[in-house]
Design a protein around this ligand. Structure first.
Ligand SMILES: Cc1cc2nc3c(=O)[nH]c(=O)nc-3n(C[C@H](O)[C@H](O)[C@H](O)COP(=O)(O)OP(=O)(O)OC[C@H]3O[C@@H](n4cnc5c(N)ncnc54)[C@H](O)[C@@H]3O)c2cc1C
Length: 439
């Protein structure tokens, strides 16, 4: 390994890196994957819930089976089985101080305002081509904090809180920390359905994301170094040298950098990254969701809950009913954001949060992962803050010499989704093959 010259090194073994490695290997390249963690998958991590043997997804979870065409092509290629999260049968909302069990907890006036909102946003998104870099399009006026964008519509508190909860669940951050443009790009990809942003896709991997990830790795035949964080990437006219924190010095003709955006500052690049890429990296992404899993008793069957920002949990739903878990309760998944003090690993804290929705709720066990504190993600799924995309979208994704970049955080289409990771991994492999052919 040390001293050998590979055709390609792939740094990062998430969906993006594994897609790139598989495609490069299929193109006849000798590939080595270098991964900091002791497992593959990155922000997709299927592991047992608490101290049980029931497996759940800590990170990437649901697939839009119609829109996520690249991911679905991988699912079909390897014959991976999907299953479905159950449809909600009961609902509870806490909005503007009111608890409701209505399927649609807004007034008739709100419904009319919502129609007007959908129409206006629908018109604005027609200006966006979701497959092209946003800094090459005339959309800078939409690259503003989402809370100020929404304020422009004069919506009622209830409607704003309802939309805010769904948006926080979809983006994992406070509305001031995300650009309206980031969310608007999704709409043309979701069949131009503005309200689809509030529909969590229901398909999931029956045997976990690892099922697909492992098949991609096996199919690639690439070598893999786990527990090997990269420290330095130095390129010359002839090759690239990669130094790791564990002492390896690795060499290749080209490298795919498939790292989370917020982890790029931890690697020293020589020569330095281009000014546009460095400026985008310095801004970073804001996704900082708290995804929690709880084993809960006393809930109505297949419950969906949604609440205003004063509530510790924005959205939760029964993902595995008690008869499926065999654990004496429903396994419920919920979402919160960093600015609220909820400790997702504290049973009492989580129980108190659920009891605000359902006073009879009892929490037996909790689980979750702190992706923000994790040094190899430093955030959850990508949420672009205002000012990033309309200035640095091309720069973030651009190749630099023998380095090509991949990852869901820099995807033009489906940024923040597993789909975005697969799309960028595939195009990085194609780009690196072109670069190597010319070198
Ligand atoms: C809580 C949560 C819920 C999500 N839910 C969904 C969902 O339902 N649907 C969906 O489509 N997406 C979801 N996502 C997003 C999705 O998981 C990610 O967008 C996608 O997995 C990112 O893939 P990636 O390959 O771009 O990056 P990553 O998976 O982050 O891979 C990057 C890899 O780089 C490694 N690395 C970091 N630093 C170094 C270093 N110095 N040296 C070597 N390796 C390094 C990391 O360990 C990691 O393995 C969710 C994410 C989270 C966190």
């Amino acid at each position: 390994m040390n001293g050998e010259l590979y055709d390609a090194l792939v740094i990062g073994a998430g969906f993006a890196g594994l897609t790139a490695a598989r495609d490069l290997a299929k193109d006849g390249k000798r590939v080595l994957i270098v991964e900091a963690r002791d497992r593959i998958g990155g922000r997709a991590w299927y592991r047992p819930f608490a101290d049980t043997d029931f497996y759940i997804e800590m990170g990437g979870n649901w697939v839009d089976a119609e829109g996520n065409t690249a991911l679905m092509a991988e699912v079909e290629r390897y014959g991976v089985q999907l299953s479905m999260s159950p449809q909600a049968e009961h609902r509870v909302s806490l909005l503007d101080g009111v608890r409701s069990h209505a399927a649609c907890p807004i007034s008739r006036d709100d419904e009319l305002d919502l129609q007007r909102f959908v129409q206006e946003v629908g018109t604005q998104v027609k200006r966006i081509d979701p497959r092209l870099p946003l800094d090459t399009q005339d959309v800078a006026d939409l690259d503003v904090p989402l809370d100020s964008y929404l304020d422009g519509f004069g919506l009622s508190t209830t409607l704003k809180e309802l939309m805010g909860a769904w948006i926080r669940q979809e983006t994992g951050c406070h509305l001031s920390k995300i650009s309206a443009l980031h969310l608007m790009v999704w709409i043309p990809l979701l069949d131009n359905d503005v309200l689809a942003i509030g529909h969590t896709p229901t398909h999931r991997f029956a045997a976990g994301t690892i099922d697909l990830l492992q098949r991609m790795l096996d199919d690639s035949g690439a070598e893999l170094l786990l527990s090997t964080p990269v420290a330095e990437v130095t390129q010359s006219a002839e090759h690239v040298e990669v130094r790791t924190h564990t002492g390896e010095v690795l060499r290749a003709r080209g490298v795919v950098i498939a790292l989370p955006l917020n982890c790029l500052p931890d690697v020293t690049f020589t020569p330095a990254l281009s000014p546009d890429k460095a400026a985008g990296v310095a801004i970073g992404q804001s996704g900082a969701a708290k995804k929690l899993w709880a084993l809960v008793t006393g809930l109505p069957p297949k419950l969906l809950g949604i609440g205003e920002h004063d509530e510790p949990i924005d959205v939760f739903f029964t993902d595995y009913p008690a008869d499926e878990t065999g654990l004496g309760g429903d396994l419920v998944v919920g979402f919160s954001t960093q600015e609220r003090p909820l400790d997702i690993l504290d049973r009492d804290d989580v129980e108190a949060a659920f009891r605000r929705y359902v006073p009879e709720a009892g929490v037996l066990k909790v689980d979750g992962h702190d992706w923000l504190a994790d040094p190899y993600s430093k955030g959850t799924w990508c949420a672009a803050p205002a000012g990033l995309l309309s200035r640095y979208d091309s720069g973030l994704a651009a190749a630099e010499g023998r380095l090509v970049f991949a990852g869901s955080d820099i995807a033009h289409a489906f940024r923040g989704w597993m789909e975005g990771a697969v799309l960028t991994g595939a195009s990085a492999a194609t780009r690196l093959s072109e670069i190597l052919a010319q070198a």
